[in-house]
Design a protein around this ligand. Sequence first.
Ligand SMILES: Cc1ncc(COP(=O)(O)O)c(C=O)c1O
Length: 324
Amino acid sequence: MKAIGGYFELELSNNKEYHSNAICLNSGRNAFEYILRAKEYKKVYLPYYTCEVMLEPIEKLNIEIEFYSINEKFTPIFDFTQLGKTDVFVYTNYFGICDKQVLKLSKEVDNLIVDNSQAFYSIPLPNIDTFYSPRKFFGLADGAYLFTDKKLNLNIKQDISMHRVQHLLGRIEKGAEEYYKFFQENDNKLKNQPIKRMSELTKRMLKSIDYDDVAYKRRTNFKTIHNILKEFNNLTFNLENTSVPMVYPFWISNGSELKKVLINNKVFTSTYWENVKDWTSSGTLEYEFTENVLFIPIDQRYNEKDLLLIVDLLGLEKGRITSA
Ligand SMILES: Cc1ncc(COP(=O)(O)O)c(C=O)c1O
């Protein structure tokens, strides 16, 4: 029987989840594992340009892997006629701005997995296996949403998140730097986990988010910074009307230098992904992206004033980037 009365728990809302029809799991990589198991794929085509944790399930299940390259529009350079019946092609919706590429691939590729870890708001396409890692968009410790038509006959345990949330609480009271090590530790705890059901804590946190507000802020911030930086950005893209971006990718020849300038001024930008430098060689596009694309935060915590401060730090002057 459920306990009634006594002390209170953390006060969280109980609204609707954004992906309310999804299978709720513990992490993006485990959602990927779920698909690989359910569909019994024998070979995975994975982009060079992705996160190394995507290898975990492939290695765990001992599946053959081959990497493929992308071009400057984040489009795969790949001959799809070579895909066999038991092969699967994985595509990442990069930074939440590749919905068009996803749509095109969904029409061309029979066995496709869409990795929407960076595209929380992108709606899954019918009959396309798709997964999400919501902690890339919100303050959460873990969790994943999965859309697939084949259920695994597994008795899956429910995850427990309460030992992985110190960084979320600590950042509020002590600041980002002091709790960065807890973030890293908690991130590491997600490694080599079995497939589990999403924890109750993460589910409640996901039910507490104002999804419309977050989407509006991210899109507004993205457009604001794109208006300023697009003339310097070696990447060209359009934000689709329904896309909600994760970060603003800014490719500039001295990106790695500018990243240091930002860090020295307490503007922390992620690197996507350090492992790509081990998987590729210098001179490839993926290596260059990892080295020189700056990922400017445009999320719900920030407003125009914050963005202008970042632009200022980049040393944008009279049509030129001058710092570094
Ligand atoms: C593109 C991409 N796919 C998948 C994942 C895995 O998600 P999770 O950390 O929830 O397992 C990550 C990051 O970790 C990622 O960046």
